[in-house]
Write a new protein. Structure first.
Length: 751
């Protein structure tokens, strides 16, 4: 790019002040006239028949307005996903499934009444995990899996694929991605490594639990939903489809999001909207932490078998992968995403990836930042590390030798565009953490690579100039990561104004130009083009107005610091606000300064990362202490390096956490650690210093050369931890998270 004034420069986030001072307005802060409060009653059992629900005592409680059960809300509709699920009616299929809702004049009264519900269950056999699911002795859906037209995976750039066999089975989908002759290539390989890797279920661990307020409209069937969501248009479609409403009658107003990471796509929105329509009053539901962890959509557990072969020079010749994904009670579609990356990091002529997505009596799984890829790359990158040891090669050199580039294939057979994977590896080679490895006893350095193909969607934006010189951008996107702060810089750069004079107007589904959901790392590359087009049109309008005002040629006019002036005549200026005022008053003139921009890029802008982790492993207790982490990422072009580094730090921290701390524990089909006292994730003091190194290998498709940013940082951390532990302790960890007890046993077995 040419020299810029604002783009590519570090600048604070636009809503930072409100968030750090506690004045940001979240859904739980919303209070409407006549508003009621709802508490869900969740199933205690993973699989049971509801014999009866005695609500008499609950209804008699002071302040209770309604106790609603399945027959009150479902009206014959069958749920096909967690967001379309209202209340269980005959059978519950996971512990944590909503069975009833109590509505009262206060949260405390609703909670007290909910505790009085007497629900008689007939406990049924349940499918505990993937191993039991594959036996097909007890079925999650004996009458067949409920299906719908879409897949939640598509919101994150995934491919749900075609459904498999019609026979009743707990294998929801079985897919094979294959090229070449894997078996023959493995037989001829100079070196082969084979291992099975297991990942625990993990929760997204956002600080703000799911929260929704629904308000009935003036006519029957109209409803406004105020919600903490990543995608307002996706939620509108889901609420309308689930409740049998017209989309025009469902209005979504997105609120400030207190963390999402792929999890906030309307899980309880349809339920709360149905309750509000039933009682004809505004209703608020804010899940408690335990309710949130029991009834939402965590990342799945996986079991991945990898067989990897290379020739004597280290060229990969065969990759054979078997993936089992525990989906919980409903479909999701992780397989295509996993296959894309596990078979698309390194050049290999012979690849076979077999995936099975299985159903269990657990909460349905969903997206968690680069869904499925941290789990897949834990398996692949651990195997690459072992292969390097077997061959006696440097692990970084082996990766560089085999790294994919433009035209090489993903695991699903699609060619990569121009990417910066090798540029990241080149940066990694020179880093001191790698050059100085092995200098201290009981310490190890692990390296791992990661990436994400990235989603992309059409988007619109409106730009206008007010008479006081304020530039307003109207968008329909939800800002969960500071992306609107980058949009402000694009407009400021284009119009020659200070970013502080640019305001974002986040519209509702009624008022905002369409934008995709904030998932799959697609907002920046999808929305930037629309913002650029809208602000460029406004720039042209301002130049035309200024040329008329100065009686000069348009080419001789420039916009600088919120002023229009004739080049070479700096003393003769007019503010853009004054130009807007002239345009609004001029009869027969051009009209107000406003423009709509639209964009629909043709392809994505994938991002890759290489990460290091340095750890210390206590030889007596096997306690793993992270000492240092480095995240090197190709972002194409950093629109705002400060925000890019923030994304890199956050994602890297989450990857390390998946490797060292996090895991949902189940016993008898029930989650046993549904709170932040027992679900372990790191405090600031549990994480090492993280160095973020930005690589800029411009994308041919992304605006200004920018690439996706949010997803890649989480993809390599867990694998880097495992490889660091291998370097320090001399044993290969194949199950995440790495616990001291499991590591100690491996170390004892080695001795």
């Amino acid at each position: 790019m040419n020299e810029t004034t604002h783009l590519g420069k570090r600048r604070r986030i636009i809503d930072g002040y409100e968030k750090v001072t506690g004045t940001a307005h979240y859904t739980a802060d919303l209070s409407l006239a006549g508003m009621l409060h709802a508490r869900p009653v969740l199933s205690l059992y993973p699989h049971a028949r509801i014999r009866s629900i005695d609500a008499e005592a609950a209804r008699a409680m002071p302040g209770v307005v309604a106790v609603l059960t399945g027959p009150d809300l479902n009206r014959g509709r069958v749920a096909h996903s967690r967001p379309s699920m209202l209340l269980a009616e005959d059978v519950v299929v996971f512990a944590g499934q909503p069975v009833a809702v109590v509505v009262a004049t206060s949260e405390a009264k609703a909670a007290d009444a909910a505790s009085l519900l007497d629900i008689d269950y007939e406990v049924l056999e349940h499918v505990e995990d993937a191993e039991q699911a594959l036996q097909d002795e007890v079925f999650v859906w004996p009458q067949g899996v409920p299906v719908a037209g879409g897949s939640m995976a598509s919101l994150h750039g995934g491919d749900a694929g075609e459904r498999g066999e019609a026979k009743i089975s707990n294998i929801d989908q079985s897919r094979v991605f294959e090229r070449g002759d894997v078996q023959a290539a493995l037989a001829q390989a100079h070196a082969v490594v084979e291992r099975r890797y297991t990942n625990a279920w993990v929760h997204q661990s956002y600080m703000e639990p799911h929260a929704v307020v629904a308000q009935p409209g003036g006519r029957p069937g109209q409803v406004t939903v105020y919600t903490s969501t990543q995608g307002q248009y996706a939620v509108r479609s889901e609420v309308a489809r689930t409740l049998g409403l017209r989309e025009r009658d469902v209005r979504i107003e997105p609120m400030t999001v207190g963390g999402g990471f792929g999890a906030k796509y309307g899980i309880i929105d349809s339920l709360v909207a149905a309750v509000a329509l039933q009682v004809r009053r505004p209703v608020r539901m804010v899940l408690s932490r335990s309710e949130d962890m029991l009834t939402t959509m965590p990342a799945p557990g996986t079991r991945i078998q990898v067989k990897l072969g290379a020739d004597a020079e280290g060229q990969l010749v065969a990759l054979d992968v078997q993936v089992v994904i525990e989906n919980g009670a409903f479909s999701f579609g992780h397989a295509g995403i996993i296959a894309t990356m596990i078979g698309g990091m390194y050049r290999c002529a012979n690849v076979r990836i077999q995936t099975q997505e299985v159903l269990t009596h657990r909460a349905p799984t969903g997206a968690y930042r680069a869904p499925g890829v941290p789990q897949a790359l834990f398996a692949l990158e651990s195997s690459i590390d072992e292969l390097a040891r077997t061959l006696g090669q440097d692990p970084l050199d082996l990766r560089y030798q085999n790294a994919v580039g433009a035209g090489d294939l993903t695991g699903t057979g699609q060619p990569w565009p121009d990417i910066g994977f090798k540029a990241c590896l080149e940066q990694a080679r020179a880093h001191p953490i790698w050059r100085k490895r092995g200098e201290r006893p009981n310490e190890g350095v692990g390296v791992a690579a990661g990436g994400w193909p990235g989603a992309f969607s059409p988007a619109g934006a409106v730009c206008r100039v007010d008479t006081d010189g304020t530039v307003r951008l109207h968008v329909g996107s939800v800002d969960i990561s500071g992306v609107h702060s980058s949009m402000v810089l694009i407009a400021a750069e284009t119009l020659g104004v200070d970013p502080d004079t640019v305001e974002i107007v986040q519209g509702t589904t009624d008022s905002g130009p369409f934008a995709p959901a904030s998932g799959g790392s697609q907002i920046t590359i999808s929305l930037s083009g629309a913002v650029l087009e809208a602000s460029t049109q406004v720039r042209n309008q301002l130049l035309d107005l200024a040329a008329g005002h100065f009686e000069a040629h348009r080419e001789d006019v420039e916009l600088v610091e919120g002023q229009a002036r004739v080049k070479g005549v700096p003393g003769n200026t007019i503010g853009i606000g004054q130009l807007a005022q002239l345009s609004q008053r001029q009869a027969g003139g051009p009209g107000p300064v406003v423009a709509e921009g639209r964009a629909a890029i043709k392809a994505g802008a994938p991002g890759f990362t290489v990460q290091f982790v340095r750890v210390h492993v206590d030889p007596d207790t096997a306690l793993v202490t992270p000492l240092e982490a480095v995240s090197i990422q190709d972002v194409g072009y950093a629109l705002n390096p400060l925000l890019v580094e923030g994304q890199m730090h956050g994602g890297t921290a989450q990857g390390l956490s998946m490797g060292m701390y996090e895991g949902l524990h189940f016993a008898g089909g029930t989650l046993t650690n549904p709170n932040y006292l027992e679900y372990v994730f790191p405090r600031a003091s549990d994480l090492p210093p993280i160095e973020a190194i930005i690589v800029e290998h411009p994308s041919e498709h992304g605006p200004f050369g920018a690439r996706i940013v949010g997803e890649p940082p989480i993809t390599a951390g867990a694998a880097a931890v495992a490889n660091a532990v291998r370097d320090a302790a001399g044993v290969r960890v194949t199950e995440l998270p790495v616990t001291s007890e499991a590591l100690w046993r491996l170390m004892q077995d080695r001795n």
